[in-house]
Design a protein around this ligand. Structure first.
Ligand code: ITT
Length: 179
């Protein structure tokens, strides 16, 4: 499993399977607008897709308190450019290390359109730790843990508290309630 979308897909698929829901990945280009909030980005991308089947789009990012939410919607770009060492450099000597991951899942079927959010609060570590997860996981330590980064956790541990798992669990519950 290489790319970040492979990881995101595996995490989402795993959560939805707990609700008996099967997730399949489509290889189609999506329109991605620039907005501060992942909810707006995911909803816009979903609306722009002319596909006649139950469909979802997730958008996510890392929001650092000290930098007013940066990289936020630029998370993918910041990772491709300055990467984790660049983020650590920005945080050099900084005491306010608070950050959060946000995820938004926009879903529609023939009848409804709904969006669910998930959030996990944590802090940016002083160094990269762990080889698990992907993206910013080696520099993000959730509050609800023992100081380990997501990169130092198993997929199962990350899925207990991650922003993505939380958003997809809400979707799973909502879909179950529709049956
Ligand atoms: P990719 O091309 O990198 O997949 P994207 O624009 O499709 O970007 P997202 O909005 O969902 O992907 O997420 C933006 C970036 O935020 C993503 O590239 C990751 O680097 C980072 N990110 C999101 N969720 C993450 C997680 O659970 N762990 C680590 N990094 C994450």
């Amino acid at each position: 499993m290489g790319t970040s979308s492979d990881h995101k897909y595996a995490e989402a698929k795993e959560v939805l399977s707990e609700y008996g829901i099967e997730l399949e990945r489509l290889s189609i280009d999506r329109v991605e607008i620039q907005a501060d909030d992942p909810e707006i980005i995911a909803e816009y991308s979903l609306k722009a897709l002319d596909v006649d089947m139950p469909l979802l789009i997730e958008d996510a990012g890392l929001y650092i308190d000290k930098y007013y939410g940066f990289p936020g919607p630029y998370s993918s770009y910041a990772l491709r450019t300055i990467d984790n060492p660049g983020i650590l450099k920005l945080m050099d000597g900084e005491e306010n290390r608070g950050a959060r991951y946000l995820s938004a899942v926009a879903f529609r079927d023939g009848k409804n359109s709904v969006t669910f959010r998930g959030e996990v609060k944590g802090f940016i570590t002083h160094e990269m730790r762990g080889t698990g997860g992907f993206g910013y996981d080696p520099i993000f330590a959730p509050e609800e843990s023992d100081g380990r980064t997501f990169g130092e956790m198993s997929a199962v541990e990350k899925a207990k508290i991650s922003h993505r798992a939380r958003a997809f669990r809400k979707l799973g519950e909502w879909l179950q309630s529709q049956d």
